[in-house]
Design a protein around this ligand. Structure first.
Ligand code: DCC
Length: 151
């Protein structure tokens, strides 16, 4: 992976980054020297209080970006805990730069950190997460369910 390279979505319909999910954020994520980055504008579909992105949508952006930071260490892992600090409102339609990296690895645990800045350079949020490394088999049951559905 080269610096500046666009990274592939987790799945076509991923709520964070899938281009085929009209209800998703559609994050576009690139590799950076330290980790990964995405510039994102929250839309009316992610509103909480008027004019402000819902905190859950902001958490989704952080969580999904952490999922991309995994590419930098080549491990398959899932979120076990996620903590968000909301420093300022995330205004709808304004660009925010989200940046994440893997800070530490202890056995199966990956500790990840992220920040988000507005277009004036003010920090709007930060996040920390513990991801736990899993095997590909962790995703098998969900994939089988999707393939067996006929609705
Ligand atoms: C097709 C490809 C697509 C790939 C797609 C990738 C997409 C990423 C998308 C974004 C991320 C997501 O949405 S992920 C989806 C949301 N998350 C999930 O669905 C996860 C649900 N939870 C689980 O399935 C499970 O709890 C696991 C797998 C996370 C862990 O279960 P486990 O395997 O039994 O492991 P467990 O023993 O409990 O814990 C493992 C180690 O972590 C430590 N540990 C546990 N909790 C914590 C904690 N809060 N903080 C610190 N450390 C902790 C334990 O002490 C232990 O340490 P030690 O004894 O080893 O030292």
């Amino acid at each position: 992976m080269e610096i500046g390279q666009r990274l592939p979505p987790h799945s076509p319909d991923c709520a964070g980054c899938g281009p085929g999910n009209p209800a998703g954020l559609g994050l576009e994520v690139v590799r950076t020297a330290a980790g990964v980055e995405a510039v994102h504008r929250f839309s009316d579909a992610q509103v909480g209080a008027p004019g402000i992105a819902h905190g859950g949508a902001v958490a989704l952006a952080f969580d999904d970006l952490f999922g991309f930071a995994l590419y930098t260490v080549g491990s398959l892992a899932v979120t076990r805990s996620l903590t968000i600090e909301y420093h300022a409102p995330f205004w709808l339609h304004r660009p925010y730069t989200f940046s994440a990296h893997v800070a530490q690895r202890e056995g199966r645990r990956l500790l990840l950190r992220a920040d988000a800045w507005d277009d004036a350079g003010q920090k709007a949020g930060s996040a920390a997460a513990t991801f736990v490394v899993v095997s590909l088999g962790h995703f098998a049951a969900g994939a089988e369910q999707v393939m067996g559905r006929d609705d």
